[in-house]
Design a protein around this ligand. Structure first.
Ligand SMILES: C[S@@+](CC[C@H](N)C(=O)[O-])C[C@H]1O[C@@H](n2cnc3c(N)ncnc32)[C@H](O)[C@@H]1O
Length: 216
């Protein structure tokens, strides 16, 4: 049977539990997240999180954005169950089950679209088309911030990253489709984003940001 990238997240309860247990502990993660939080405007009212998992990023964004309405998309019922638990009784968050390998459903427009360690599970072609869909979903002046697991320039550095996060290389996610930063930044520029750059990076963790030009 053909392997769907990322399908472990929908079926492998142990993998999901193990990730969620460690999610807050990865070396340097909080640094990258704090730079992301700085670049999502405090007055953002609608924020979309692609591959939201248990809603970690939406919860971090909510802290300083009391008016924010968050939409979290993920295809894993295991993850969405954890997100529902986190946001129980919370009306400011909507959770949508959807496979990002397919075009996004109608979700409305957003002041910011964010993602954290999720888009690297998609095939490269789909990453690129998803970035174009994100551009269309954003309001003029809206921000796209993708905190991502990216490719190393060499196998030696790839091994060094796994050693640095204290993860045995044998545990590497078979659904990872890692891609270098430069290619992704080029795509964002070609799509029409402005101020495109890698705003933070440590080994294979990188924060890629682009801004949709404001309306003239
Ligand atoms: C490493 S976890 C990150 C979760 C969360 N964003 C975080 O930062 O903790 C990757 C997430 O991407 C989701 N994911 C992977 N492939 C996906 C796809 N094709 N469609 C929707 N979600 C996907 C997984 O279900 C999982 O929740």
């Amino acid at each position: 049977m053909e392997h769907m990238p990322g399908e472990e997240w929908t079926t492998d309860e142990q993998r999901v539990r193990r990730y969620l247990k460690r999610a807050g502990e990865f070396a340097h993660r909080a640094e990258g997240e704090s730079v992301l939080l700085e670049h999502v405007p405090r007055d953002a009212r609608r924020v979309l999180d692609l591959g939201t998992g248990d809603g970690r990023l939406l919860a971090l964004l909510q802290v300083d954005r009391q008016e924010m309405h968050g939409v979290g998309v993920d295809f894993s019922e295991l993850m969405l169950a954890a997100a529902r638990k986190r946001f129980a009784g919370e009306e400011r968050v909507e959770l949508v089950r959807h496979d990002l390998g397919k075009s996004l459903p109608v979700l409305g427009r957003f002041d910011a679209v964010v993602s954290s360690f999720a888009i690297h599970h998609l095939e490269h072609e789909r990453k690129q088309s998803l970035y174009a869909e994100v551009f269309e979903l954003l309001e003029p002046g809206g921000v796209f911030a993708n905190f991502e697991h990216v490719a190393s320039p060499s196998h030696r550095l790839h091994l060094a990253f796994f050693a640095a996060i204290e993860e045995p290389i044998e545990n590497e996610d078979p659904s990872d489709r890692l891609l270098d930063v430069e290619t992704q930044l080029d795509w964002l520029r070609t799509i029409g984003f402005e101020d495109v750059d890698c705003y933070w990076k440590w080994l294979e963790m990188a924060l890629l940001i682009g801004v949709k030009p404001p309306a003239l």
